[in-house]
Ligand binder design. Structure first.
Ligand SMILES: [Zn+2]
Length: 99
């Protein structure tokens, strides 16, 4: 369900970027703003992205609201992987037969 970046998203990203002084929320490495890249071009791992904490899926599962932070692409991807594993665990737990 990829969604194109809207103006609002860009504004949010810019605001978080400034608020965090241009460093990643997780690894505190300096990030660069998304450059206009050609389709299929490799995006640098220190590219600024928006990350949901906790992720939208986890937040929904726990009935909590997630907040947005500015994170580098590397951390965003790493967290996505970690959370995927977490979600699988929760799912396995939920799908336990009842009785
Ligand atoms: Zn990072």
């Amino acid at each position: 369900m990829a969604r194109r970046n809207t103006k609002k998203d860009r504004k949010k990203r810019d605001r978080l970027f400034r608020e965090q002084n241009g460093v990643c929320y997780w690894c505190h490495m300096p990030m660069t703003r998304m450059a206009r890249t050609a389709p299929g071009a490799v995006v640098p791992h220190y590219t600024l992205t928006l990350d949901h904490v906790p992720s939208r899926v986890i937040a929904k599962m726990n009935g909590v609201k997630s907040k947005l932070v500015a994170a580098c692409l590397a951390c965003n991807l790493r967290r996505a992987q970690e959370e995927h594993a977490q979600i699988e665990l929760v799912r396995a737990h939920l799908e336990k037969p009842q009785g």
